[in-house]
Design a protein around this ligand. Structure first.
Ligand code: ADP
Length: 225
């Protein structure tokens, strides 16, 4: 589903954030990306969401070279990706339901189908009882669950989570990890960055180790994946 061929990303002033990355991620995989701060984890995620383009190399996602997507093709491409941010990026004057519904509104959904889809997504993250609460009345873990519901409500084939546990304590972060794992049950591919090695050890999922922009190795890759 995702292939990187000799990908380099150099920011201005010649700073090499990623160097010669080769990568292959299959449909339905759960992949963790770890490494110290500045290793290039977010850059990798931003390349996949096509927020930025690589300086060199090729990225193939959903069988297309994403550098070649035309501006009019970008919204369609992004609809196939859900994103969970460390800093939530919720609308604080809207309820949990309204925040989740926003994804669907942007996609042109409405009416009863939308209400059902929103309820289902909030149910998947165990937050149906709090659907009418505004984010300020929710804990950090609950806010992050709203963010996850918002990211999966349209059933994207790919979910990107950039340090989703960065603002959570260990127990709450671990619950988030379990929910992310469940997202792969419906066939969605999940890519999750974390600098927390405790999560890496406990999850026992395929893990890519980045350091100074170089892919230093990986663990737990399932044969054939
Ligand atoms: P991580 O997510 O592992 O902390 P990042 O991908 O955010 O790492 O950053 C990798 C390197 O690229 C860092 O040294 C960072 O300072 C640099 N970097 C990230 N974004 C930019 C940017 N927009 N402009 C210049 N340098 C950047």
């Amino acid at each position: 589903m995702i292939q990187f061929h000799h990908v380099f990303m150099t920011y201005q002033h010649e700073f090499k954030a990623l160097r010669d990355i080769d990568l292959n991620i299959e449909r339905g995989e759960f992949v963790m990306i770890t490494g110290p701060s500045g290793a290039g984890k977010s850059t990798l995620i931003r390349l996949i969401s096509r927020e930025i383009l690589p300086t060199r190399g090729q990225i193939i996602i959903f069988e297309q070279n994403i550098a070649k997507l035309k501006p009019r093709q970008l919204p369609l491409y992004r609809r196939r990706i859900g994103v969970v941010f460390q800093d939530f990026r919720l609308l604080y004057d809207r309820t949990a339901s309204e925040n989740v519904a926003l994804t669907l509104r942007i996609l042109g959904h409405g009416g009863r189908t939308m209400t059902r889809e929103v309820n289902q997504a909030l149910g998947r993250v165990g937050l149906q009882k709090k659907k009418n609460q505004k984010p300020w009345h929710l804990s950090g873990g609950e806010m992050q669950r709203v963010v996850l519901a918002r990211a999966i409500v349209h059933d994207p084939p790919l979910l990107l989570a950039d340090e989703p546990t960065g603002n959570l304590d260990f127990a709450t972060g671990w619950e988030m990890m379990q929910l992310l794992k469940q997202v792969t049950d419906t066939g969605t591919t999940v890519i999750c960055t974390t600098h927390n090695l405790n999560f890496i050890q406990k999850m026992r999922k395929r893990t890519l180790f980045l350091d100074k922009g170089i892919l230093r190795g990986e663990r737990n890759r399932v044969h054939g994946a």
